[in-house]
Design a protein around this ligand. Structure first.
Ligand code: COA
Length: 268
């Protein structure tokens, strides 16, 4: 595994293993609470992964066995998220990482162990897929802190679980256990704690070995179809599908099938 730490404080780590880029939130003393500085560092790591042709799948995780991310770092709210101006600036700065995750042409997976709360849940929801351990739990304790959630952030929750479960989660601020999270559609897979890394590695490699343009096109089309029809970019949907059919990978895919061998996709 090649390891490169891009940011001071070592609170956000970046590791590359084959075609998988790992972004690791490394603040275990605070259950991986996520500060604004960490959001800036995480955006840089995302930009690095997105610009690296060797990386095909991005996995986000937290250090240790207690938490994926326990949410925004509440201890910094007094200095960074108290006044109206600070809140605006906080939202603007943290938005960058969120947009990079949401708009990433490469598939993203949240690998979740332990607590996935508040902003941590936001990060997980901005990933395409979520895989967690049996002891993971999920929640948005906004109502316990007096925090309001903007429409686009809540829309992601509603898209996954529907309005009724979204209201349960937001009104109570309770922790949803892994089994319920699976039933609600918050997570794709729940695995025993000892198998998380190996499961995610195998799952991510399955995706990494598939045709990148096909995956990007599915991602774009699905995400566009979640939007209201008047905001949907139909031209983009048509373009990403046309890109697949015009690609060398489509030639390679059918040739490999006929020759009874595994295809070698390049993303072109
Ligand atoms: N921001 C800042 N510090 C946090 C934090 C957060 N989101 N979550 C945990 N911490 C800190 C705690 O204050 C504690 O610090 P201390 O050792 O200086 O007292 C340390 O991390 C360990 O947390 P602790 O509560 O003792 O661990 P726990 O295992 O009993 O509980 C949590 C873990 C995550 C359930 C609990 O810490 C918690 O509820 N955190 C807040 C979650 C939250 O409201 N998130 C939404 C933020 S928008």
């Amino acid at each position: 595994m090649s390891t490169a730490t891009l940011e001071a404080d070592d609170k956000i780590l970046s590791k590359k293993k084959g075609a998988i880029g790992h972004l690791i939130v490394n603040n275990p003393e605070k259950r991986n609470a996520f500060s604004l500085d960490m959001s800036i560092a995480a955006a840089k790591v995302m930009e690095d992964f997105l610009g690296d042709d060797a990386i095909r799948v991005i996995v986000i995780s937290g250090t240790g066995d207690k938490a994926f991310i326990s949410g925004a770092d509440i201890s910094k709210f007094e200095q960074t998220r108290a006044t109206k101006e600070q809140i605006e600036s906080y939202n603007k700065t943290s938005e960058r990482f969120r947009i990079l995750m949401k708009d990433s042409a490469k598939p993203t997976i949240a690998m979740i162990r332990g607590y996935c709360l508040g902003g941590g849940m936001g990060i997980a929801l901005n990933c395409d897929l979520r895989i967690c351990t049996e002891d993971a739990s999920f929640g948005i304790p906004a109502a316990k802190l007096g925090i309001g959630y903007a429409g686009d952030r809540l829309a992601q929750l509603v898209d996954l679980v529907g309005p009724s479960a979204a209201k349960d989660i937001m009104f109570t601020g309770r922790r949803v256990p892994a089994a319920e999270a699976l039933r609600l559609g918050i997570v794709n897979h729940v695995v025993p704690a000892g198998e998380l890394e190996s499961f995610v590695e195998s799952f991510a490699n399955t995706i990494a070995n598939n045709a990148p343009l096909s995956i990007t096109s599915s991602k774009r089309v699905i995400d566009e179809y979640l939007k209201d029809s008047d905001r949907r970019d139909n031209a983009l949907c048509e373009k990403v599908v046309a890109d697949c059919f015009a690609s060398q990978d489509y030639v390679e895919g059918r040739r490999a099938f006929m020759e009874k061998r595994k295809p070698k996709f390049t993303g072109r």
